[in-house]
Design a protein around this ligand. Structure first.
Ligand code: NAP
Length: 583
C-alpha cells in the first residue's frame, strides 16, 4: 500500500514500480523538509518513544556513514536511535528489536563485510530466533562491476523475512555512487517506522553544515605539493609518495581513514574511443549538454567494461567464444576472457560493427572516485595528507594500458596541480584509544600505508603501547619503501619490532605470513596480552593466507582444534582486536 492510496480510487494502480514509488516518496519527503527548513518553520521536537535500531556492516566505512546520516535524520525528527555494527548484536537482543534499519556493503565476491560475518553466521543458523515483531528495511551497498552485486544485503533481507520480520520498504541496491539513493531511502524509511507521526523539519544548522562540508558531490580542490618515486630503478613497480595540501578547506582526518580522488580518463584512450565511434570531439550527443570528448574524459568509466557493455557487444559482435561463455553463464571463463581487456578492446572485438554514440554511452557507468588508505598523521604533518600509491599499468602485444586514478596522479598531475578530493572515514580501522595497548600491523606492498600513519600518530601522541610491523614486497633493493623512516622509528623505539619478507630475494617465496609463523610464540603471546591485529593490503590472496596462518598459530599454541581456533579468532573479531582494511 502506498500513501497515495488514501486519495486515489481503490483500484487505482500507479504507473510506477515499487522502487520508483519508494524513491519518489523519499524525494517528496526530502523536499518537504527542505522547504520547512527554508521557511524556518521548525516545530518542537516530538518526544516519541519510537526507537530505531540502525545496524551496519562495513568494510571501508561507507555503510557506517549512511547509518550516521540516518540516525541524524531520525533524531532531528524526534525518534530515538541506536547504532551498532551487525557483529555487536546477539540474537537474543535482535529478537527484541521492533524497528530495524540495516545498511550493509558486500565484500569481495559476495561475502559479508568483516563486521557482519559473525552476525550472519548466527542469523543464518537453524537456531536463529523468530522475528515476528520486527519491522525492517535493508539498504545494500555494492558495485555492479562484481558478479555478486549487493549479495550481503540480499541475504540479510531474505533471511529476516524468512524469520517472520516485516519488510516495510523494499530493499534498495546501490551501485558505487550510492549517496542519492541512500538519502532517499533514509527519507522514505524513517517515517515508515512511525506512520502516525508527523516529521519535524531537519535541523537547519545541521543541514547547512552538511551542505558546507566537502563530499563526493562537493569535492575540495587540493594541491599536490610534493611527490616522489619510492620504488627503485629496477623495481617491477612504480610506487609513488604524494603529499596533498589541505589549504583552507578546514578538512581533518584520522589515521585509518581513506582519501577519495575524482580522476580524469587518459586523453589517448578518449581519442581512441572517439575515433572508434567515428565521430568528432566536439559532437554533443543528444540528451547531453557537453561534447563527447569531455563526457569521455570526465563523466564516464571508459576503462573497465560494464556487464551491460559486454552483453551488448556479444549480441552484435558475432564472437563465438564470448557468445558461448555468456550462454553457459560461466563466470570463471568470462573472467579469463576479459582479463586485461578494456572498453576499447570490447568495441574492437568486431571492428566492422558500428556504435551509435548515445547507445554506447548508455552502456557505460559514471566515472567514480578512487579511494586510498592515508599514509600520514595530520598531527605530524599539519594540514597535509600523504598517499602511497602503486601505479597500475599493464600491456599486451598490441596496446599499453593505464589504471584510471593511479596513472592520472602519476602522469597528468604535476606538482601544484589541483585535484578533487574528499575524505572517506573508516571508524572500523582506528588505533585503540588506550595508548598503552600493543598493536601488530601486517601490511605488505602499499598495504603499509595506514601503518606509516599509525606509527606517526603513536609517536606524536607518545603512546607507550608496543608496535610490531610485518612488511614485505618483491625485493629489498628496490621495494623497501620508507626504509629510512622505518629504521629511524626502530632507533627511536617507536617501532618495537620490524619483520620483513622480500618475496623474490631468494629461490623460495618468502611472504609476511612466513615471518609471522617464524615468530609464532611471540606473536601469540602478544595476542594473549591484548594486542590488536591490523591487516591491510590485497584481500584476495594475502589477507586469506595471513588469516590461515594466524589460525594455525592459535591452534598450535593453544593446543586446540582448528574449530576452536576459529572460535578464538571470532572472539578477537568481536572484541575489535582483528581489524582489516583490505580489498
Ligand atoms: P602486492 O602485489 O600485494 O605485493 C606485495 C608483496 O606481497 C609481494 O612481495 C608479493 O610477492 C607478496 N604476495 C603475493 N602473494 C601473496 C600472498 N598470497 N600472501 C602474502 N604475500 C603475498 O603489493 P602492491 O602492488 O602494493 O598491492 C597491494 C594490494 O593491496 C593491491 O591489491 C592494493 O589494491 C591493495 N591495497 C589495499 C589497501 C586497502 O585495502 N586499503 C591499501 C593499500 C593497498 P610476489 O609478487 O613476489 O608473489
Amino acid at each position: 500500500m502506498n500513501k497515495y492510496n488514501k486519495i486515489l480510487p481503490k483500484n487505482y494502480k500507479t504507473p510506477f514500480s515499487f522502487d520508483q514509488e519508494s524513491w519518489m516518496e523519499g524525494f517528496i519527503t526530502g523536499l518537504k523538509h527542505q522547504s520547512n527548513s527554508i521557511n524556518n518553520n521548525i516545530k518542537e521536537k516530538n518526544d516519541s518513544e519510537t526507537l530505531i535500531n540502525i545496524l551496519f556492516g562495513t568494510q571501508t566505512g561507507n555503510s557506517e556513514s549512511v547509518a550516521e546520516d540516518l540516525s541524524n535524520f531520525a533524531l532531528s525528527n524526534g525518534f530515538k536511535t541506536q547504532i551498532n555494527a551487525l557483529d555487536d548484536i546477539e540474537m537474543n537482543n535482535l529478537s527484541k528489536m521492533i524497528n530495524v534499519a540495516i545498511i550493509t556493503s558486500t565484500y569481495g565476491e559476495g561475502e559479508m563485510p568483516d563486521n557482519a560475518q559473525l552476525f550472519w553466521n548466527a542469523l543464518s543458523s537453524n537456531t536463529a530466533p523468530q522475528l515476528n515483531n520486527m519491522n525492517y528495511s535493508v539498504l545494500a551497498l555494492g558495485d555492479t562491476g562484481y558478479e555478486e552485486f549487493c549479495h550481503a544485503g540480499k541475504l540479510l533481507d531474505t533471511r529476516l523475512e524468512q524469520l517472520g520480520a516485516k519488510r516495510i520498504i523494499k530493499r534498495i541496491d546501490c551501485d558505487v555512487d550510492f549517496e542519492e539513493l541512500a538519502e532517499n531511502w533514509i527519507n522514505s524509511v524513517v517515517p515508515k517506522f512511525n506512520p502516525d507521526k508527523k516529521l519535524d523539519a531537519v535541523n537547519k544548522d545541521k543541514t547547512e553544515s552538511i551542505v558546507k562540508s566537502w563530499s563526493r558531490k562537493n569535492p575540495y580542490e587540493a594541491i599536490i605539493s610534493y611527490n616522489t618515486l619510492l620504488s627503485g630503478p629496477n623495481s617491477n613497480k612504480e610506487i609513488i609518495h604524494y603529499e596533498i595540501d589541505l589549504g583552507d578547506s578546514g578538512l581533518k582526518y584520522e589515521v585509518g581513514d581513506s582519501l577519495s580522488i575524482i580522476p580524469r580518463n587518459k586523453q589517448l584512450l578518449v581519442d581512441q574511443i572517439i575515433e572508434r565511434l567515428h565521430t568528432s570531439k566536439d559532437f554533443i550527443p543528444s540528451g547531453y549538454e557537453i561534447d563527447i570528448e569531455n563526457l569521455l574524459k570526465f563523466k564516464f568509466e571508459i576503462l573497465t567494461p560494464t556487464k551491460r557493455l559486454i552483453e551488448y557487444v556479444e549480441k552484435i559482435a558475432e564472437d563465438s567464444e564470448l557468445s558461448l561463455i555468456l550462454e553457459k553463464k560461466d563466470s570463471k571463463a568470462l573472467d579469463d576472457f576479459k582479463w586485461g581487456m578494456d572498453v576499447l578492446d570490447f568495441m574492437n572485438l568486431n571492428p566492422k560493427v558500428d556504435f551509435i554514440v548515445e547507445k554506447f554511452l548508455d552502456l557505460l557507468k559514471p566515472l567514480q572516485h578512487r579511494t586510498y588508505s592515508i599514509s600520514s598523521s595530520i598531527n605530524k604533518f599539519d594540514n597535509k595528507v600523504h598517499l602511497t600509491i602503486s601505479s597500475v599499468r599493464w600491456k599486451n602485444k598490441k596496446r599499453d594500458y593505464n589504471g584510471v586514478c593511479s596513472t592520472y596522479l602519476a602522469d597528468d598531475c604535476n606538482e601544484n596541480e589541483k585535484i578533487k578530493i574528499f575524505f572517506t572515514p573508516n571508524k572500523s580501522f582506528r588505533l585503540p584509544e588506550d595508548k598503552d595497548k600493543d598493536i601488530i600491523m601486517i601490511g605488505p606492498g602499499t598495504g603499509i600505508a595506514p601503518f606509516r600513519a599509525f606509527l606517526q600518530e603513536r609517536e606524536v601522541t607518545k603512546s607507550s603501547g608496543k608496535n610490531w610491523l610485518f612488511f614485505g614486497d618483491q625485493t629489498r633493493d628496490n621495494d623497501f619503501i620508507y626504509q629510512d623512516e622505518l629504521k629511524d622509528m626502530l632507533n627511536k623505539n617507536i617501532l618495537t619490532k620490524l619483520d620483513l619478507a622480500f618475496s623474490r630475494d631468494q629461490k623460495e617465496k618468502l611472504y609476511v605470513q612466513h615471518k609471522i609463523y617464524e615468530n609464532k610464540k611471540e606473536f601469540f603471546s602478544w595476542i594473549e596480552n591484548g594486542s590488536i591485529i591490523y591487516i591491510c593490503g590485497d584481500a584476495t590472496k594475502m589477507a586469506k593466507d595471513v588469516e590461515d596462518i594466524i589460525l594455525k598459530i592459535i591452534s598450535e599454541e593453544k593446543n586446540c582444534s582448528f574449530n576452536d581456533s576459529i572460535d578464538y579468532l571470532n572472539k578477537l573479531k568481536k572484541e575489535k582486536r582483528y581489524l582489516r582494511d583490505v580489498y
